[in-house]
Design a protein around this ligand. Structure first.
Ligand code: HEC
Ligand code: HEC
Length: 168
């Protein structure tokens, strides 16, 4: 897919800024790389329990309040029952709380997204405005929540353009 020149310019400037902040404060800069594999220690239980029906969404892409509500509502999870035993729920909830909202995009937004969906965040809508309605409707996509349909390394938390492939 091709990018508009304006967007490319913004990205180039962004890369320069990112490099500067990397030099200035290396640990903080990592949280800025929203779309790279998160510098978050993986929790195998999370990948296993929350990655079976869809990709295990990166914790940094939702604020803590959203994860908390989602974890409290697992028996009625988007029309399915995603209940966990209390020990697993506790461990996953704590890990999510600890790593929530680390993406800069998320920190810039004042409120939790509707339905606590990553796909309904304002930043998500902005980043995906070039995706056409017909692409969203493709059988291979069906839902904006189906990140892996386009982001071939979504399961590794990598949303970089390099690993983006739009289905036809
Ligand atoms: C039994 C299947 C199932 C399991 C297990 C499951 N989910 Fe889901 N989840 C769903 C469905 C179905 C949706 C709605 C997908 C759609 O709209 O296309 C969803 C959507 C979501 C969304 C919103 C995606 C978006 O941005 O639109 C989040 C966040 C989420 N799940 C988190 C979790 C977490 C955390 C766990 C583990 C505790 C979990 N899920 C386990 C079925 C599941
Ligand atoms: C229909 C295909 C499609 C689906 C499904 C999709 N995306 Fe994307 N995504 C794109 C496109 C196209 C871009 C824009 C790339 C660009 O212009 O930089 C993008 C950009 C992004 C970016 C910004 C990447 C960057 O380089 O800054 C993030 C983060 C992202 N998507 C996360 C997600 C998440 C999380 C999901 C699932 C909840 C998802 N996407 C679902 C196609 C998709």
């Amino acid at each position: 897919m091709s990018l508009t020149p304006r967007r490319q310019r913004r990205r180039t400037a962004g890369a320069g800024l990112a490099l500067l902040s990397l030099l200035a404060l290396a640990p903080a800069a990592r949280a800025d790389d929203d779309h790279r594999p998160a510098a978050v220690p993986p929790l195998p239980a999370y990948a296993q329990e929350c990655g079976s029906c869809h990709v295990a969404y990166p914790p940094g892409l939702l604020p803590a309040a959203s994860w908390q509500r989602l974890m409290a509502g697992l028996p009625r999870h988007f029309g399915t029952d995603a209940s966990l035993d209390p020990a697993a729920a506790q461990a996953i909830g704590a890990w999510l709380a600890q790593h929530a909202g680390s993406a800069r995009k998320v920190q810039r937004e004042p409120a939790a997204p509707p339905e606590d969906r990553i796909s309904r965040s304002a930043w998500f809508q902005r980043e995906h405005r070039e995706v056409s309605a017909s692409t969203w409707a493709l059988p291979a996509v069906k839902s904006a929540a189906n990140c892996g349909a386009c982001h071939t390394r979504a399961d590794q938390g990598d949303f970089s353009e390099r690993h983006l492939r739009l289905p036809r």
